[in-house]
Design a protein around this ligand. Structure first.
Ligand code: SF4
Ligand code: SF4
Length: 181
């Protein structure tokens, strides 16, 4: 069997859902069968989630205001593509990864978009989606009270830092598992 490796894989292949499904299963195997080895990774993933939950209301206030007026909605598959890092984070949380039902095209509306908006909570969205603030949205956020914006910015940076720690922890723990997929 091919040795499990993330090297030279940067983005998940939306045009090959079967490969994606296989990867999800492989990663689930690790977290399910080696919870002790990945204890730190899973705990860091929970910290990342909690920080996203903390900034969620702040972003929501301004997104509701600006995005509801938007005529060029950015929720397209090309802007919401999950990366391997996202996959590790979501599976370390022991959450269900939202696998698309079919292969996707880049310019189609995001497969997670519904008439009522995004169907998944912010903490499960791809980093590139959570990270993206268009000019109008950013301007609104920057016009918020200075203290609130500072707190948001600090929390966001802390989240990015912990996310990197979580990934480091995952890759340094991986050799301790007996099985290579
Ligand atoms: S983030 Fe900006 S571009 Fe995207 S939907 Fe909101 S207002 Fe529109
Ligand atoms: S994950 Fe949700 S918020 Fe992000 S692009 Fe897709 S529908 Fe929009």
């Amino acid at each position: 069997m091919e040795k499990f490796s993330f090297s030279n894989k940067i983005e998940l292949l939306w045009d090959n859902i079967e490969e994606l499904r296989k990867l999800v299963e492989e990663l689930e195997y690790y977290f399910k069968n080696f919870p002790e080895i990945f204890k730190e990774t899973m705990s860091l993933a929970t910290e990342v989630k909690n920080l996203i939950l903390k900034i969620d209301p702040f972003i929501d206030i301004y997104a509701k205001k600006v995005c509801s007026q938007c005529i060029n909605i950015c929720c397209l598959n090309k802007n919401s593509r999950y990366e391997y890092d996202d996959l590790i984070y979501i599976l370390a949380l022991r959450e269900k990864f939202p696998i698309p039902e079919r292969n996707l095209k880049e310019k189609e509306p995001c497969y997670l978009l519904t008439e009522k908006g995004c169907k998944i909570p912010r903490y499960l969205r791809p980093l590139r989606c959570n990270w993206y603030f268009c000019k109008e949205l950013l301007q609104e956020m920057e016009n918020s009270p200075a203290r609130a914006f500072r707190e948001f910015s600090n929390t966001f940076n802390k989240m990015l830092y912990l996310r990197q720690q979580m990934l480091n922890s995952f890759f340094s723990s991986l050799p301790y598992t007996e099985r290579n997929v």
